[in-house]
Design a protein around this ligand. Sequence first.
Ligand code: GDP
Length: 365
Amino acid sequence: MDIRTFRARTLNDALRQVRQQLGDDAKVLHTRIKNSGLVARVIWGQHVEVAATVGEKPSAPVSTEIEFDYRQQYRDQLTEMVDSPTDLDDLFTAHSAAREPSGLPEQLFQVFADLIEADVDESVARRIVSDLSTNDSGTRPHELLVDYLLDSVTTTGPLAVGRGRPRVAALVGPTGVGKTTTIAKLAANYRLRENRRVGLITVDTFRVAAVEQLRTYADIIDLPMEVVSTPTELCDAIESMQHLDLILMDTAGRSPRDVVRIHELRRMLEAAKADDVLLVLSTTASARSLGATCREFAPVGTTAVVLTKLDEAMSLGHLLGVLEESKLPICYLTNGQNVPDDIAVADGESFVRRMLGSSHNVATA
Ligand code: GDP
C-alpha cells in the first residue's frame, strides 16, 4: 500500500492535492491539524497534514504506534467538537461496534472530509459531524449526513401565481448577480409557457443600461413595462397592472454597505406590498461576502433566495452556512445566460446531491 503525506495551509487545499495527485479513488487515512501558533503558520504556511493512499486501507492497525497515531488524529480533530474529554471518550466507546483502527467509524471521518472537500466551512463541518456522532440509530453516517442536509436546505417551490390579484415579486441584490436576466427568464416562462399575464416594473433608474436591458426583454416577450423612481410612482404603476397575474420588479443593485439605499429600497418594497422579496445571490461569491449580503439585505424583508451562476460555481458547500444563518429558503436556481431556459425551481434533493458531488447518492424517500 502506497501511503503518501500531503501538507497544506488548509484541509481543503490538502484534500485538493490528494485528489490531483492520487485521483478520485484516493482514500484519506488520517489528517492532522497542527496546533502551531500564528507565527509558525505565517513562516511555514503548512498547517494541515493528510495521509492518503490509492490502495486498500489496512483492515487492522499496522502497528500499535499507528493505532495510537490514528486515535490521536481523531482526538485532535474531535477535541474541538465536543465539550469535555469525557465526551470524547464516550464518543470513542459509542462507536466501538464498527471500529476502525481509530475507534471511530471511517465514514464519520469520511463525512467530515467530504464536507470539507465540498467547500463547507470548517466550523459548519465540525458542527455537523459532532451532531451526527450523537446519533445512535445505527443509520449509516452518510445517510445521516444526507438527511441532515435535506433538513437544512429548504425550498419554496415556484412563485405562487394565482388569478384575480397580481402576485408582486421583487428581485433584490448586489449589482451583476443576475437579477435582470432572472426576471427575463421568469417573465418568459410564466408568459410563454404558462400563459400568465405578466408585467415588469423597474426601479433601476441609476443604471440606464439596465433599464434598456429589461425593456429589450419586455419588447421581445411583449409585456407591459413601467420605469419608476419614487414610492408614489411605484404604487401608480402597480395600480395600472391590477388586471395581471404576476408583476416582476427589478431593483437597482445596492451595495450592501450602502445603508441609505437599503433604506430607500425598503420604502419602495413596502409601498409595493411585495409578496416575494427574492434575494439574488451569485454562487461564485465567497461565503463571507454572501453572508454579509444576506445580513445587509435582511431589513428590506427578504423572503427567499435565488441562486445564480451555478454553471460557473466550483462548489456549493460554502452556501450551507450562509443558508443556515440567513434561514432563507431557496426559490430558483439559474445555471447559464440563456433566456428563458437556464432556470429551474429549486429542488432540495438535487441541490444536496450537487453540493456533495456525484459520488453521493441522495435516495428518494
Ligand atoms: P444584475 O445587475 O443583477 O441585474 O445582473 P444581470 O442580469 O445584468 O447579469 C449580470 C451578468 O451575469 C450578465 O452578463 C448575465 O448574462 C450573467 N448571468 C446572469 N445569470 C447567469 C447565470 O446563471 N450563469 C452565468 N454564467 N451568467 C449569468
